[in-house]
Design a protein. Structure first.
Length: 387
């Protein structure tokens, strides 16, 4: 019998004071036109990276996106007293032996790969150990190799592929594109939308000067003059986590408890992580005003369309209260249109002293909400996993 996919949808309203969380090519805050209104905009990649790094930090399980695997292997081999030419030849074997016809690479730059590989950081040590195991084979192949000839593969392709396709929890969450080794492709369980302000938010100029602390006679005192641009915004943020795909990515040995713990950790960091853009000059370390979750079967539902009509502030107030109401009204509308047959659970927490109508069960804190939605999302989790 077909088991419908289960999704955990996360909706956040977050006020951010003067900031430049995500810059465009000119260094100014990114904006986007939505509802015929200029909005502040933060790309999902800018928010996804700190979430990923924080998840890895908590698990002490680090991954890296890099093209530099072969040069790093060569460097470690030289540090282990391998001759430079043998270390370079071993680095070349990483790309030539990984698959038929090898991985695409640049042999003028230490055989670094053309594509970025996303893999556990300790894979470098594993590859060094593999080269150590096959040192005699590498020495013999180097002695037999003739310049300008194709390098013949020496390292076992199966072992190399096993190392290059190994996963971490964050890879299982955020996915991995590895077209050259199809077994290494991982479909992302997390989908994250760009964050945007729910109201008009035009970049505002901030003229500043840097003072010369050691002026010479006749100096005006200012060593640098510039105008930076900042935005102030109440952002709507949305992400959805496909619980079924996450369980499948983790493999058949993963228990519902393992999935639950990873979901809870992701939710905690989705709520609290912040992009690092211009943080030393703006310290934009706010927390969400409102977090709402919905656990659904069959498909996820974004509430971004609730803000196509930009929020306007009352004469003596800000955007937060009317945005809260707009979100709640839209949630009620979705329940009317879609019904609640596939709505497994929903809830919320935030700064309001009273529960917000139509947003489900109230929770006392972000941690309580993360635990509750993770438990609801992984209840009765029985899909067939695959490694």
């Amino acid at each position: 019998m077909h088991t419908p996919a289960r999704f955990l949808d996360l909706h956040i309203l977050q006020p951010v004071t003067a900031a430049n969380l995500n810059r465009d090519s000119d260094g100014d805050p990114k904006t986007i036109l939505f509802g015929n209104t200029t909005r502040a905009f933060v790309s999902p990649q800018a928010w996804k990276r700190p979430i990923r790094l924080n998840v890895e930090q908590d698990l002490d399980e680090h991954a890296a996106r890099t093209r530099m695997v072969p040069p790093l292997v060569a460097r470690k081999l030289q540090e282990a007293q391998w001759p430079e030419d043998l270390a370079a030849f071993a680095a070349a074997q990483i790309v030539h032996s990984a698959k038929d016809k090898g991985l695409q690479h640049n042999d003028q730059e230490g055989y670094r790969t053309q594509a970025m590989l996303y893999l556990p950081k300790d894979v470098i040590d594993d590859l060094v150990a593999l080269c150590e195991t096959h040192r005699t084979d590498l020495e013999e192949a180097l002695a037999a190799h003739r310049p300008k000839k194709q390098i013949a593969p020496v390292l076992p392709a199966k072992d190399l592929a096993a190392h290059l396709t190994r996963r971490t929890a964050s890879i299982n969450l955020f996915g991995r594109m590895l077209a050259e080794i199809p077994a290494g492709h991982v479909e992302a369980a997390v989908q994250m939308a760009p964050a945007f302000s729910v109201h008009q938010s035009d970049p505002q100029p901030d003229f500043f000067t840097a003072v010369e602390d050691l002026p010479q006679d006749g100096d005006s005192g200012s060593a640098h003059l510039q105008t930076a641009f900042l935005t102030t915004s109440l952002f709507y943020r949305f992400a959805t986590l496909n619980i079924t795909d996450l369980h499948r990515n983790l493999g058949p040995a993963a228990t519902a408890g393992t999935v639950k713990d990873l979901v809870e950790l992701f939710v905690q960091h989705f709520i609290l992580s912040m992009p690092s853009g211009k943080k030393t000059a703006t310290a934009p370390h706010t927390v969400p005003d409102l977090v709402h979750y919905a656990v659904r079967d069959r498909r996820s539902v974004s509430y971004g369309a609730a803000f196509e009509q930009p929020i306007t502030a009352p004469a003596h107030g800000g955007y937060t209260a009317p945005a809260r109401q707009a979100l709640a009204d839209y949630a009620a509308t979705m329940s009317r249109l879609l019904g609640t047959r596939h709505l497994v659970a929903h809830g919320h927490t935030g700064t309001p002293a009273k529960p917000v109508k139509d947003l489900g069960s109230p929770h006392t804190s972000f941690d309580a909400l993360a635990a509750a939605c993770a438990a609801a999302a992984t209840a009765d989790l029985t899909p067939t996993g695959r490694p």
